[in-house]
Design a binder for this molecule. Structure first.
Ligand code: NDP
Ligand code: 2IT
Length: 448
């Protein structure tokens, strides 16, 4: 390994001992871009890697809100403005009890390279709170979002930092967040958030974008292998925004998703999660106060595997769409044993680094998160463009642009890997292609 890369990984570990998820991503990205670092000795003198692993700004704040019984609660809010070299900070907000600095720093770091890969001018950021939306009433969600935005608003803006959704933050939450931003700022700056409703500046296809993008990327990979989606069986985890979009597009392309999952287990539906009734039910479940994957099994009479993950189910293609580290080495072994050829990351960092390595070494083609799930943030950037123009594109126009972007992401990743003699390694290729643009912009802008 290059001495410079090795040193920065060690220093980052020493500086952030309590941030395992962040360190996992740093190790993955920095080891992937080694050949670029070797080609550019000037990066070490400019301390480029030391700078890129350090967020430009970390904001942490108190969020106090009142429940329906009049009891006060306090949560912690965050926004990580990780890297603004190629555009305003851009990335989602996650509301989940597991949220902490390590999780948001891994997501923010990953977002830098993902956003660069989209070919669009957006920097990397991420935020959220350890607030748990499960079981909360609509009024409680609204009061929490208002309290969260009361502080966040002073740090963001359409040209500064543009948050969006992630786990626990969807269209409803974005609406409440925007309402509070508008009330405090007294300006119609709707480019400050993406994933908005269609009546106040949202983009068509943004709700579908991440899941559709996953399949548009997958199509490129399968084409490369002289293969196609039609007739393939898919194992998915999650049942939220990304899993819904992916299952919808799989059905449209003639494939069949046979599993979905939540925190408490997975559902096996051998007939496939196809047809409007089932796909709409995913949306209903996700929006419900009592969201629980078991509801699907009961409604459609399928097997529910309590406390289990779906990776032992046999399929052609595996697409994790829930959360980080849901595929460990043991689970990667199950995927390989099932004879799978493809694994695409809908969620962010769904696998450990050793699991990814095992999949690749055993002939599974891995599409990494920062490439595969970049369709969501891509259409977010298109939403920003439409807000600036004060004009909206049709669903067909946005969908066509999304398709082109996902193809570029695939092609640029494959070309970057080939350029460095790495074959068809889409993991290293995505890191190299994403890093190259940010590195050049940082070098051009001087020491900062
Ligand atoms: P949603 O909130 O819509 O859905 C989250 C899903 O993940 C639910 O099925 C939830 O199940 C499950 N889940 C969450 N936490 C856990 C956990 N600790 N263990 C097991 N299951 C869990 O989120 P999204 O669909 O938006 O996000 C899913 C993933 O995709 C995340 O990794 C996110 O970062 C990533 N992503 C999202 C994008 C977007 O545009 N929304 C864009 C790119 C990536 P349950 O309710 O039972 O906990
Ligand atoms: O992880 C992600 O890319 C997102 N949650 C979407 C971010 C965005 O700004 O649309």
């Amino acid at each position: 390994m290059s001495d410079y890369v090795k040193r920065v990984i060690e220093e980052t570990k020493a500086k952030n001992p309590n941030e395992p998820e962040f360190l996992q991503t740093v190790e993955e990205v920095l080891t992937s871009i080694e050949p670029v670092i070797e080609k550019h000795p000037e990066y070490e003198k400019a301390a480029l890697l030391e700078r890129i692993v350090e967020p430009e700004r970390v904001i942490e704040f108190r969020v106090a809100w009142m429940d329906d019984e009049g009891k006060a609660h306090v949560n912690r809010g965050y926004r990580i403005q990780f890297n603004g070299a190629i555009g305003p900070y851009k990335g989602g907000l996650r509301f989940h009890p597991s949220v902490n600095l390590s999780i948001l720093k891994f997501l923010g770091f990953e977002q830098i390279f993902k956003n660069s890969l989209t070919t669009l001018p957006i920097g990397g950021g991420k935020g959220g709170s350890d607030f748990d939306p499960h079981g909360k009433s609509d009024a409680e969600i609204m009061r929490f979002c208002q309290a969260f935005m009361t502080e966040l608003q002073r740090h963001i803006g359409p040209d500064t930092d543009v948050p969006a959704g992630d786990i626990g933050v969807g269209g409803r939450e974005i609406g409440y967040l925007f309402g509070q931003y508008r009330r405090i700022r007294d300006a119609y700056e709707n480019g400050v958030l993406t994933g908005k409703g269609l009546t106040y500046g949202g983009s068509l296809i943004r709700p579908e974008a991440t899941g559709f993008g996953v399949l548009y990327y997958a199509e490129q990979v399968l084409k490369h292998e002289n293969d196609s989606i039609e007739g393939k069986t898919f194992v998915l985890s999650g049942y939220g925004n990304v899993a819904w979009g992916a299952a919808t597009k799989i059905a449209q392309l003639g494939g069949k998703a046979v599993t979905i999952s939540g925190h408490n287990g997975y559902v096996y539906d051998p007939d496939g999660i196809v047809g409007e009734e089932k796909l709409n039910y995913l949306l209903e479940m996700r929006a419900s106060r009592h969201a629980n994957i078991k509801m699907y099994a009961e409604k459609f009479g399928c097997e529910f595997h309590e406390g289990e993950k779906p990776w032992g189910v046999k399929a052609d293609v595996y697409i994790p769409c829930a959360t980080q580290n849901e595929v460990t080495l043991d689970e990667a072994k199950k995927i390989v044993a099932n004879g799978a050829k493809y694994y695409f990351e809908g969620a962010n960092m769904p696998a450990t680094n050793e699991a990814v390595k095992y999949l690749q070494e055993n002939g599974v083609i891995v599409g990494p998160a920062k490439a595969v799930n970049a369709g969501g943030v891509s259409v977010s950037a298109l939403e920003m463009s439409q807000n600036s123009m004060r004009y909206g594109w049709s669903a067909e126009e946005v969908d066509a642009k999304l398709h082109d972007i996902m193809k570029s992401i695939h092609d640029n990743s494959a070309a970057a890997a080939a350029e460095y003699g790495l074959g068809y390694d889409l993991v290293k290729g995505a890191n190299i292609a994403g890093f190259a643009k940010v590195a050049e912009a940082m070098m051009a802008q001087g020491l900062f």
